[in-house]
Design a protein around this ligand. Structure first.
Ligand SMILES: Nc1nc2c(ncn2[C@@H]2O[C@H](COP(=O)(O)OP(=O)(O)OP(=O)(O)O)[C@@H](O)[C@H]2O)c(=O)[nH]1
Length: 201
């Protein structure tokens, strides 16, 4: 009798075949620490110098609630209110990490702007998101309170957390929350959450 993995491609185990892929886009204003967050998570490193990102995709295999996932994490160039959402960051994405710096009020305001752009682009009423208040080590320069972040998260029906890539605070929790949000997006009777699609107007 043929084994259940007989038709698997060479080098692919049954476990790998059942490992869901999740595409996560990391969005937010310039210099809020998006790359630092991702690099800390994937490579456990921190770089003090600032190199503006064009785009980078990182891969990481993680275990969440006894299930292994292959994460594709898309680190994007910083956005402002005039940026047009790139289709690569809006289509086929399972969840969004929306990053601001707790030391920069404008970057907090951008979270709502970016969220609205995603909804506009995808034509949906909700997308799975985690709002991240980065650079929480900068206590003295704080411009956004935890209370304000909690209120925004409650309005957008998403999770939130404060992190420091510099001091490695709460970094892996961001992606645990993200997987919690994408799992929450799975409709009853479906095994896979729907990634975002483009809305043709
Ligand atoms: N104090 C502090 N500084 C940080 C932290 N994370 C990043 N930085 C610094 O903030 C600057 C910008 O970090 P990046 O990770 O490049 O920011 P980005 O959001 O990817 O920037 P763009 O590519 O322009 O969108 C760098 O100088 C980092 O060293 C943090 O947790 N705490």
């Amino acid at each position: 009798m043929a084994s259940s993995s007989a038709s698997a491609p060479a080098g692919t185990t049954g476990a790998a075949l059942h490992r869901p892929k999740r595409k996560i886009a990391v969005l937010g204003s310039r210099s809020v620490g998006k790359s630092s967050l991702v690099v800390r998570y994937v490579e456990d490193a921190f770089v003090d110098s600032y190199y503006p990102t064009i785009e980078n995709v990182f891969n990481k295999r993680v275990k969440h609630r006894n299930q292994e996932y292959d994460l594709d994490i898309i680190d994007t160039a910083g956005q402002d209110e005039y940026s047009i959402l790139n289709s690569k960051h809006a289509i086929g994405i399972h969840g969004y990490v929306l990053v601001f710096s707790i030391a920069n009020r404008n970057s907090f305001d951008m979270v709502q702007t970016v969220y609205d752009k995603i909804l506009n682009y995808t034509g949906t009423e909700h997308v799975p998101c985690v709002i991240v208040g980065q650079k929480c080590d900068l206590h003295v320069q704080r411009q956004v309170t935890e209370q304000e972040t909690a209120e925004l998260a409650s309005q957008l029906h998403c999770a939130w957390i404060e992190t420091s890539a510099r001091h490695n605070i709460n970094i892996s929790k961001v992606f645990e929350l993200m997987l919690g949000e994408t799992d929450g997006n799975t409709e009853a009777g479906k095994t896979e959450p729907e990634p975002s699609k483009c809305c043709v107007m």
